[in-house]
Design a protein around this ligand. Structure first.
Ligand code: 26V
Length: 805
């Protein structure tokens, strides 16, 4: 069924005539993009239907990945690649005088997520399909994605992201699969038969959940899975009840915006309803499908696995209970046993502030039946555990306490598997954060180190590197990332090393051009491109990076001959709109950039570039050009990190604390090929215990730290009268919560070692090669295979159809 170039051209022309009544020659990029997208969708839809049919007829066990965020980015090129049509289409278009890259630019970046959590979900979607695993996504179709970031006077300004404005060519609206979701009102239980209680609802409101499906195309295997995103509508049966415009608006706005994960009280009610909305719709549609298999409800876990991605979908547990009991007439025990066997949960953070809790009152008011069921789960949990465990342990682990519903507790108690996202993180869950649960359910805990969709983050975004790889080690690494290891044979091959260096140079030139065009800043590609790209959070310590930059600035001011490599420090980061401190850091970085970039004494040896609106598309431009990867969170705080993996794959050399997956990256490349600094997680915990940390002492004893910090309050950095004071106070008056000052010296030393290594291109190039060569183990293909085997118990469709014949 492969298409030839001529067939493709003919069909593109035909579709343009039919849909727009124009010829290729007169078509504008958006018309071409939409036509091309529609053509591809039509083409993979055959496989989509066949995949679906195959799962149904084979009664294959499937996993449903519930996530409140998905961050797919653009899909045109990745679909082309996975369909095996990328090169053919590129050529065909070129012959018609059309640049594929230009068309790709037209697509809106689908940014229905905040950061790592959402991007991981999308990497998993790609890998599930590419590994032939029966797995579907379930989430929310927000009308507005994560805000667009602009800088005005150095301050972050948020603009709405109207990504749906010119439609979304990849989705299919499926009215026939819509379901109703009930919220609000009151509910009480009524005995319908002896011993059989049924809920009676009063004054509830009904929402219509309409699914929009997007095909998730596997890499060269004909598998197309489904990402199902739900949108809210007012059901026609209820229209009379929503006569007022405000009433309608309120409901229609339910799926309008993605809430930044750490926004404050505002919007929390909507967020809770959003959580219930997509959970309820998703589970209803799973049960509807399952009924077609004609199997008893109690055997659900043989056919269905449901994954709870962080706690936002933890209502899967009580919602499944509700449907099994209230609608499918199972007893509590049958329903509970079935539910626990179906659910699994991933924890993505150890930050206490980020562990989700809901006030009892709020939950009672908005989803009363859910609250009833959670109360019962909690009561039964306490009753059964008190027989085995000490009173305090059981109290600490219960779901409802201190007037709140603890969502992580619900997810752990209601599922058979809880995993962390890197070895260190999973160990910390067991030993500290979730230790009480580990005592009670030791067998439920496991680790699944994160991974990345390696084709998107190399083949697609870094063609120069991919070409060198193809030439040196063949193309098997694209399907099997472990084969990148073959590159290790070339660590002494000057030819290959030179080609890798040339590829990097080319990418740096492309990024330099982008920087010039978008910020006006000129950067030299001879300089080290030093990159920190991630959400802006105090614990990720972008500020530590800035402190080091200021130190270099002062060194150069003292002595223009100060020996150091020229550097371009590149930042990409959005701060949650309500996170004032993070926004202050953005302002300070931008003002320091103004100062340094325009100081003639510095003579271009130091530059700061803060690229606005960091998103998947921008990441694809920055990562291939990076020399240095900054992974400098305070040890124990970053659950895993995934930009660390993407940068490593692209040959950037990591400067890192022993946090999250950095630890595994170090194990993969060896101590000589990564620059490690800072406190270990154990030392951090020691400080918490002995309370001996004193930032003011470090400030007083260390003249460099003193000088650097003073620039925030003595006018050296202009235009940060208030912001500079806020930063200074956070470090000195409030004792530097994330121990920046403690790690400062060792960070500076590690940076100096980087300078030395960069001064010797042969050494640098070799380290870079070793990083790329060892990145294969962080492919999300591997990660999802492990989830499939150890947690979900699902089988690859590829091995399944092989077995069949
Ligand atoms: C973190 C924090 C930190 C303090 C303030 C409030 C707040 C709110 C949310 C979060 C993170 C939420 C979950 C999350 O996105 N975790 C990220 O998941 C990635 C994929 O597993 C992982 O690589 C990142 O390390 C982790 O931060």
């Amino acid at each position: 069924m492969v298409m030839t170039k001529e067939e493709f051209k003919k069909e593109l022309r035909q579709r343009l005539r039919e849909n727009y009544a124009i010829e290729v020659e007169g078509a504008k990029p958006p018309e071409l993009f939409n036509t091309l997208g529609a053509l591809l969708k039509a083409k993979f839809s055959e496989d989509w239907r066949a995949t679906w049919k195959d799962y149904l007829v084979g009664k294959q066990k499937q996993v449903y990945y519930f996530s409140i965020e998905f961050l797919p980015g653009k899909m045109l090129k990745s679909n082309l690649l996975n369909m095996g049509m990328l090169e053919m289409v590129r050529e065909a278009l070129a012959e018609m005088d059309i640049d594929l890259e230009e068309l790709a630019e037209v697509e809106r970046d689908m940014a229905l997520g905040n950061g790592g959590l959402g991007r991981l979900a999308s990497c998993f979607m790609d890998s599930l399909a590419s590994c032939g695993l029966p797995g579907n996504g379930n989430g929310i179709r927000y009308d507005y994605g994560l805000f667009k970031q602009r800088f005005v006077d150095g301050y972050q300004v948020e603009l709405p992201d109207e990504w749906l404005r010119s439609g979304n060519i990849w989705e299919i609206r499926r009215d026939s699969k819509a379901v109703d979701v009930r919220i609000g009102g009151h509910v009480y239980l009524k005995e319908v038969r002896k011993g059989r209680l049924k809920p009676v609802y009063e004054n509830t409101r009904t929402l219509r959940a309409v699914p929009y499906d997007t095909g998730m195309v596997g890499y060269g295997n004909g598998v197309v899975n489904t990402l199902r995103l739900w949108s809210v509508e007012i059901p026609s049966s209820e229209e009379d009840r929503y006569q007022s415009i405000e009433g309608r608006r309120e409901l229609e706005d339910l799926t309008a915006v993605l809430y930044p994960d750490d926004s404050n009280e505002k919007g929390r009610l909507t967020r809770l309803i959003q959580e219930y909305f997509f959970v309820s719709a998703g589970i209803q549609s799973i049960i509807r499908y399952y009924k077609r298999l004609n199997q008893p409800m109690t055997r659900l876990s043989e056919y269905v696995a449901i994954h709870i991605n962080d706690t936002h979908p933890a209502l899967c547990v009580p919602e499944m209970m509700r449907i099994l009991m209230d609608e499918q007439n199972l007893s509590w025990k049958q329903a509970w046993d079935t539910t626990v066997k179906v659910m699994s949960y991933t924890n993505h953070t150890i930050m206490a502030e980020a562990l989700e809790k809901w006030p009892i009152d709020l939950m009672k008011r908005t989803i009363p039946r859910m609250y009833q069921i959670i109360e019962e789960i909690d009561a039964r949990y306490v009753a059964s555990m008190r027989e085995i465990h000490e009173h305090d342990l059981v109290e600490r682990t219960r779901i409802i306490k201190d007037g709140q519903v603890h969502m992580a507790h619900l997810a752990i108690i209601g599922s058979y598997s809880t995993n962390g996202v890197a070895k260190l993180h999973s160990d910390l869950l067991k030993s500290v954060v979730l230790h009480d649960f580990y005592v009670i359910f030791p067998d439920r805990f496991n680790n699944k180190t994160n991974g990345i969709a390696q084709r998107r983050w190399s083949q697609l975004s870094n063609e120069p590197l991919s070409n060198v790889l193809n030439e040196a080690i063949g193309t098997s690494w694209r399907k099997n990332a472990a084969d990148l290891k073959l590159l290790m044979n070339y660590q002494g091959d000057q030819q290959v090393l030179k080609k890798l260096a040339e590829a990097k140079k080319k990418n740096k030139q492309a990024l330099a051009a982008y920087i010039k065009e978008n910020t006006g800043i000129e950067v030299s590609t001879e300089a080290i491109f030093d990159v920190q790209i991630k959400r802006l959070h105090a614990y990720k310590r972008q500020l530590l990076n800035l402190l080091h930059i200021i130190k270099l600035y002062l060194d150069l001011k003292d002595n223009p001959e100060h020996p150091m490599q020229s550097r371009v420090f590149i930042f990409g980061a959005k701060a949650a709109p309500s996170y004032a401190y993070a926004k202050t850091i953005i302002k300070c970085i931008n003002e320091t950039a103004n100062l340094i970039n325009n100081d003639p004494d510095i003579n271009g040896r130091l530059k700061i570039v803060f690229l606005p609106n960091y998103n998947v598309t921008l990441a694809e431009k920055i990562i291939p050009a990076a020399d240095v990867s900054e992974q400098i969170s305070l040890a124990s705080k970053e659950a895993s990190g995934t930009s660390n993996m993407k940068l490593m794959l692209n040959g950037a050399i990591t400067i890192a604390t022993l946090d999250g997956a950095n630890v595994e990256i170090r194990n993969a490349v060896g101590d000589d090929n990564i620059f490690i600094f800072g406190l270990t997680e154990k030392e951090v915990y020691q400080y918490y215990e002995n309370r001996e940390y004193s930032s003011i002492r470090l400030y007083e004893e260390n003249s460099v730290i003193q000088r650097v910090l003073n620039t925030f309050i003595d006018g050296t950095i202009p235009n940060i009268l208030y912001e500079g004071r806020e930063i200074f106070d956070s470090l000195i008056k409030y004792n530097d919560e994330y121990f920046l000052l403690r790690d400062f010296d060792s960070y500076v030393q590690a940076q100096e070692k980087i300078n030395e290594a960069y001064a010797n291109p042969k050494i640098w190039q070799k380290i870079s090669l070793i990083n790329t060569a060892n990145a294969g183990r962080f492919s999300s293909d591997e990660t999802v295979r492990r989830y499939a085997e150890d947690i979900w118990n699902i089988e690859s469709k590829l091995s399944y159809s092989n077995k069949k014949g």
